[in-house]
Ligand binder design. Structure first.
Ligand code: 3HC
Ligand code: NAI
Length: 687
């Protein structure tokens, strides 16, 4: 049953129960319509309370229906029928009232919320606009400027903010239903508030819309939905209610079928699926109540901060007292940064720091349920750390390494209990970046692997299982990105032109700017290791720059020059001359933005197909999440695999064939060719 009606005296209680998040499926819309008729016809009822079972109020339209044609009853009609009902409805909100859920609440005569509730119209995050009157009713209730903020950012507000905005009539403590029934009883004795659809809108000052357009466009970059949502609110302020709702619905239906909405939906659903991989269904993770980090450098401090943000007490182990001090300073700098940016109060920062115990005594680790090692990237150092950990940790504690490039099998070699060991690869800065690559060895048990996924959920991170190969999923693809960027230089492009093309594609930064920011030395170190393994990594120009000591911004220059104290990249004559020397024998081509993006993105897709084929990633969508959450791939493009599938794998193979014929990329791999011929990337999954 999706909707049940019960009674408390003259009050009808309409309970929505559509797990997991009470999404407005066709069946639920139908049931709500029927509930309005039933209550309208019931003479004994004076008012109705709309409340939801489970963890949340209605969290929005059912996203899984967006690939199908819209089926009646349509949500605008459901909201209109609640608004026009003979008896006043009271929305009793707990959890999230989002999108269509908030729109339903806006149809109600009253809205009350539990303290823990949050409310918003997050549609733009799915590449669409609200589609059931949200952009037309919201400004009538809370004002135009406030509605513009809420709708164009898609960010929800908590109950207190909602009350301040007059989005809810009251925030209540105690039993939500009891409070809502009291409001409904009271409503029967009071004049009904004017329905929102009948309210007028205040005028905005001259230039308001132009200013709003500028600021929304600047934030949205190439995402189309925020500006379209703004246009809907503008229409609501300039036309009557019916015209504006029709315009909003038309915009919603158009965007629902757009490429950006399909991409953003793919990412939304993939993120949810990633958190609970079916292969770990029914596997119980180990409890993690106290965590420890060994190494308090860049990564260790970030990981410790992330653990504290999630509420876990943290033990930080360093080499000696001075290093402990440095590690604690590194962590407190992170919290101070949060305070400066207004994210947390100074007392919260102090409380987070108070939950960190710094020590050089490994003995303290007997209390830890999970220990994450983040010491130097050196096999011997890491092995020594783990053999000490085995001596002091409880037998059921999970042990993890944050190595970037070393082989976790080798790090774990010789452990007495290798089954409790795995890789947890965080990205820098670890307290910010959402991606967590989870890397089991051949001996890691399912329960320990599940603990990695549970930890990711606790930290609010996106977990992706990766197999053991050089660079796991993300950094392995990054190697290809960089090699391609260099091939472009040798065949006529410049760092400035390549970076601009990749920004135009939607990346926050081009490959050369990014290397200058992160430092060229880490990749050089990795190439040295690859040479020692007998491999021949392709980085002729980067090798020369490193030999000159040009490691990026930190050494005053890398792919670009930097003026003293400035971060703006300036084209470098030395780099230009080095490229010319290395380009001897390369055919010079004319590159435009689209062909540059193709020459970088499509070889990444080729490598990703190999990764899938080798079983190093379980699902193509996982690779999309890695690139989006670890490397800034534009979310609205859905990740490289979604992008390639949408573009057509046959075309991708064709472009790669042409590039490889000119020596500008590797040949498309057999796996990619197979996927292009038969069933897409799905056919490579589950190996
Ligand atoms: N439709 C369908 N399924 C949804 C859904 C939705 N709107 N929102 C969440 N789900 C599903 C998830 O896919 C997941 O499924 P799974 O268990 O099979 O993996 C399950 O519900 C639980 O989701 P989460 O893991 O995200 O649960 P949380 O408790 O962490 O978060 C939430 C709950 C805050 C409600 C979060 O799910 C969320 O933000 N959902 C999206 C809300 C949204 O965008 N609403 C607007 C939709 S568009 C709209 O309403 C258009 C209208 O204007 C016409
Ligand atoms: P770092 O050099 O900033 O910090 C390493 C810390 O480990 C130092 O503070 C050092 O004192 C401490 N340490 C060394 N030996 C120790 C021991 N025996 N016991 C306790 N502490 C010890 O290094 P960073 O960048 O934090 O990297 C740490 C690990 O994380 C490496 O394996 C690295 O490859 C990996 N990594 C790094 C990323 C990055 O972007 N920096 C990204 C993802 C992983």
């Amino acid at each position: 049953m999706t909707v049940a009606i019960s009674h408390e005296g003259a009050i009808a209680i309409v309970t929505v129960d559509n797990p997991p998040v009470n999404a407005l499926s066709q069946a639920l819309r139908q049931a709500l319509m029927e509930a309005v008729s039933v209550i309208d016809a019931d003479e004994s009822v004076t008012a109705a309370v709309l409340i939801c079972a489970g963890r949340t109020f209605i969290a929005g339209a059912d996203v899984s229906e967006f690939d199908k044609p819209a089926a009646p009853p349509h949500l605008p009609d459901v909201v209109a029928s609640i608004e026009a009902a003979k008896k006043p409805w009271v929305a009793a909100i707990h959890g999230s009232a989002l999108g269509g859920g908030l729109e339903v609440a806006l149809g109600c005569a009253y809205r009350i919320a539990a303290v823990s509730a949050n409310l918003g119209l997050p549609e733009v995050k799915l590449g669409i606009t609200p589609g059931a009157g949200g952009t037309v009713r919201l400004p009538r209730l809370i004002g135009i400027s406030e509605a513009v903020d809420l709708v164009t950012t898609g960010s929800p507000v908590d109950a207190r903010k909602a009350e301040a905005l007059r989005l809810v009539d009251a925030v209540v403590g105690g039993d939500l239903l009891e409070n809502a029934v009291a409001v409904a009883r009271d409503a029967a004795n009071r004049p009904r508030p004017q329905p929102i659809c009948e309210r007028s809108l205040p005028a905005v000052d001259a230039g308001f819309w132009e200013r709003a357009e500028k600021s929304v466009a600047a934030k949205a970059k190439r995402e189309i939905a925020p500006l379209r949502a703004l246009a809907c609110i503008r229409r609501a302020s300039e036309e009557d209610f019916a015209t504006a709702t029709a315009f909003e619905r038309e915009t919603f239906l158009e965007l629902r079928g757009s490429a950006q909405a399909a991409a953003l939906r793919h990412v939304f659903l993939s993120e949810r699926a990633a958190a609970r991989p079916p292969e770990l269904g029914g596997v119980t993770p180990r409890d993690v109540r106290c965590a420890a980090v060994v190494g308090g450098g860049t990564m260790g401090a970030g990981i410790a901060a992330a653990l504290r943000d999630a509420g876990l007490p943290v033990i930080l182990v360093e080499r000696d007292e001075a290093a402990v001090e440095r590690g604690l300073v590194n962590i407190s700098r992170i919290f101070d940064g949060f305070v400066k940016r207004g994210r947390i109060l100074p007392e919260v920062a102090a409380e987070r720091m108070a939950g960190v115990t710094g020590t050089d005594d490994y003995g303290v680790l007997a209390d830890a349920d999970l220990v994450i090692e983040a010491v130097f990237e050196d096999l011997a150092v890491k092995r020594a750390v783990f053999s000490r950990l085995e001596m002091v940790c409880r037998a059921d504690a999970v042990l993890a390494t944050n190595t970037s490039y070393l082989d976790p099998e080798e790090i774990g070699e010789g452990l007495a209990q290798p089954e409790r060991f795995l890789g947890l690869h965080f990205f820098s800065p670890a307290h910010v970046m959402k991606l967590l690559e989870i890397v089991p060895t051949g001996k890691t048990t399912a329960g320990v692997l599940a603990t990695g996924f549970a930890l990711a959920r606790l930290l609010g991170k996106i977990p992706v299982r990766a197999g053991i190969c050089d660079g796991f999923i993300g950094n392995r693809i990054l190697k290809v990105t960089r090699a391609q960027a260099e091939r472009l230089l040798l065949s006529g492009a410049t760092p400035t032109v390549v970076d601009a093309a990749m920004r135009a594609f939607g990346l926050p930064m081009g490959p050369f700017e990014a290397q200058d920011l992160g430092g060229l030395d880490i990749a050089a170190f990795q190439r040295k290791a690859a040479h020692e393994r007998g491999e021949v990594p392709f980085a002729p120009v980067a090798d020369r720059l490193c030999a000159m000591g040009r490691f990026g911004q930190k050494s005053g220059g890398g792919w670009y020059d930097y003026r003293h104290g400035e971060r703006a990249p300036q084209p470098s004559e030395i780099v230009g001359a080095t490229i010319v020397e290395e380009a001897a024998g390369w055919r010079q081509e004319t590159w435009d933005e689209v062909s540059i993006a193709d020459a970088i993105i499509l070889p990444m897709v080729n490598e990703a197909a190999l990764i899938l084929e080798e079983g190093m990633a379980v699902r193509a969508a996982d690779i999309d999440l890695v690139k989006i959450h670890g490397y800034g791939f534009p979310r609205w493009r859905g990740g490289p695999m979604h992008y390639a599938q949408e573009r057509g794998l046959a075309e991708v193979v064709g472009v790669l064939d042409r590039l490889s014929a000119s020596g500008l990329a590797e040949q498309p791999c057999a796996a990619l060719r197979r996927a292009a011929e038969d069933g897409g990337f799905r056919s490579l999954e589950g190996r």
